[in-house]
Design a binder for this molecule. Structure first.
Ligand code: FAD
Ligand code: SIN
Length: 531
């Protein structure tokens, strides 16, 4: 995006909608469709140039965890697995509500055109991933589930007013409620007046130098919510996927090697050929993600090796069952049928986010959040594999309907753009180096303190480009992560403290982050956190 004309109190364009949805991944498009089907005027924003490669949704591999009838599975079993993975911080009622609504949400997706791989006529194929006690993960194109979900939703969403190259810069509000969104596009700043806004901006993987996430995952929704006066929670729980391809390249978006490969029998070994997870967890290589990522991190530190390996050589038909993984490996000169696949843990998913209820509602009237940006209580301290698309489908629809109903009740709004718009931002490379060093798989007080010091050096600058907004969002998100991680003096789920290796039952409560009146991060600890 090119330099835009400034926001010195004057904006260059104005529009009106009932509902503005920010984001065009699974949560945003499902929310937009739900609000549109309720008869509301919906505008959907995407900061990227177009859909291609801009959403995490499009990259999803393993599948969607869902309890299907007549499979011997049950909602209770899926809930139990989710709670076990979540390290004592899930909201059990939220988990039940979302899991129980999963089959309906998947049926709606199929009605919108999605197709899943079949094991036989009319019978979906089911795979397994870490932490699941059952085969309950539906998939498409082998390991191209996200591409199919995105294709189907993009097609259904042709009825929506979707604006690419539109960056949401602020959620606007008056004293009591949301009034619209300040947007930056090629014509400069503009305001879309709207009484309801759905944040569906995805994750924050680019807090780190290397991540499985697309470029757009820069924590914008966390910052937009905090700037608007809404709270975020559980943000210290950044999930590192155990198996990001290690291809010798230093940073940026790196290919994922789906956990379903282990679900189908691939083994995790070190350079000596020894199992990485033996004796660590009863589920071995299929233990929950935090456990496997922690085991790999420990092995790498012990051996000094740069990576561990997935051995899929004994599996037949890998190229057919896992075409996405195979293509990524081949681009790096690796043939999974003949070679070990080098892997390292990589920043993958934000388990925390904007504090909402199970319908995507925040404490600020008119502001909703769904998908990875939200913290419903579903994931606790560590998300169970393939529960994210599920949550995006279920809560996206609920948030869209809630936003539509709120807009109908509230009537038209009138938003005022801020007089001046400056932000605090650290340079991207500096920030990523600091978080990668000090807030990675294992953290401690010294490193987190160093990270806070680095973040305190952020400079004030105007917002002129998408990158300015993203750098500011990353800086604020990093401050929230660092504050929450420093405060949590225990190890739980994805938050592993080298200086506090044990779990402390007294800390089984969520850390909630707000901004104070000076724009500084404030951390409170709340049991049973809800908006
Ligand atoms: P996204 O799909 O990331 O969409 C975010 C959207 O917001 C984008 O359109 C972006 O451009 C837009 N946006 C962001 N900021 C702004 C702004 N300021 N203004 C305007 N637009 C903005 N989960 C599973 O359940 N199963 C899987 O198999 C699986 N595999 C995965 C594989 C990979 C490689 C990755 C990265 C993730 C995977 N996940 C999986 C996680 C899951 O894909 C994501 O959590 C989920 O798709 C997020 O959906 P979302 O709609 O919340 O956000
Ligand atoms: C994977 O396929 O391993 C990713 C699944 C997920 O992130 O849920």
């Amino acid at each position: 995006m090119t330099i835009a004309r400034g926001c010195g109190g004057s904006t260059h364009w104005q529009q009106r909608a009932d509902v503005v949805v920010i984001g065009t991944g699974v949560a945003g498009l499902v929310a937009g469709l739900a609000a549109h089907r309720r008869g509301r005027k919906v505008v959907v924003l995407n900061k990227a140039d177009d859909q291609a490669g801009s959403t995490a949704t499009g990259y999803a591999q393993g599948g969607i965890a869902v309890v299907l009838p007549d499979t011997g599975d049950s909602v209770d079993a899926h809930v139990a697995d989710t709670l076990a993975a979540g390290g004592g911080l899930c909201d059990a009622e939220a988990v039940h509500s979302i899991v129980a609504d999963g089959h309906r949400a998947v049926r709606d997706l199929v009605a919108d055109g999605a197709r899943f791989d079949e094991a036989g006529p009319g019978r979906w194929a089911l795979t397994r991933e870490g932490g699941h006690s059952q085969r309950r993960i539906i998939h498409s194109g082998g390991d191209a589930t996200g591409a199919e979900v995105q294709r189907a939703l993009d097609h259904a969403a042709r009825v929506l007013d979707i604006r690419h190259r539109h960056v949401a810069v602020r959620v606007l509000r008056d004293d009591t409620a949301v009034t619209g969104v300040l947007v930056l596009n090629d014509d400069g700043f503009g305001v879309i007046h709207a009484p309801a806004v759905v944040l569906a901006t995805g994750g924050l993987g680019h807090l780190y130098a290397a991540t499985t996430n697309p470029e757009a995952s820069t924590g914008d929704g966390i910052a937009l919510a905090l700037w608007a006066g809404a709270a975020v929670a559980d943000v210290e729980f950044v999930q590192f996927h155990p198996t990001m391809l290690f291809d010798g390249r230093a940073g940026g978006r790196r290919p994922l090697i789906t956990e379903a490969l282990r679900g189908e029998g691939a083994k995790l070994v070190d350079a000596q050929g020894d199992s990485v997870t033996a004796g660590i967890h009863p589920m071995g290589d299929l233990a929950p993600r935090d456990v496997v990522a922690g085991a790999i991190d420990a092995r790498l530190k012990a051996t000094g090796d740069p990576c561990v390996y997935l051995d899929a050589r004994h599996l037949g038909g890998v190229a057919h069952r896992f075409p996405t993984v195979t293509a990524a490996c081949r681009r790096a000169g690796i043939d999974p049928a003949r070679h070990l696949i080098p892997v390292v843990p990589g920043a993958h998913y934000s388990c925390g986010g904007v504090l909402t209820d199970v319908d995507g509602r925040t404490a600020l009237p008119g502001l909703f959040a769904a998908g990875e940006v939200a913290r419903t209580g579903m994931h606790g301290a560590n998300r169970l594999a393939s529960n994210s698309l599920l949550e995006g489908l279920v809560v996206g629809a609920r948030a869209g309907r809630g936003a539509a109903d709120h807009a109908a009740a509230a009537g038209p709004s009138r938003a005022a753009a801020p007089d001046r718009l400056t932000v605090e931002a650290l340079g991207r490379g500096q920030l990523q180096a600091a978080t990668s060093r000090d807030a990675s798989v294992v953290r401690d007080a010294a490193g987190l303190g160093r990270l806070c010091d680095a973040l305190a050096g952020a400079a004030t600058r105007p917002v002129r480009t998408r990158a300015d907004l993203e750098d500011a969002a990353l800086t604020l998100a990093a401050r929230a992560v660092a504050a929450a991680a420093l405060h949590r003096t225990e190890s739980r789920g994805c938050h592993q403290r080298g200086d506090f290796p044990d779990t402390d039952p007294a800390q089984a409560v969520s850390g909630v982050v707000d901004l104070d009146e000076n724009g500084l991060v404030e951390l409170k600890v709340r049991a049973g956190a809800c908006c």
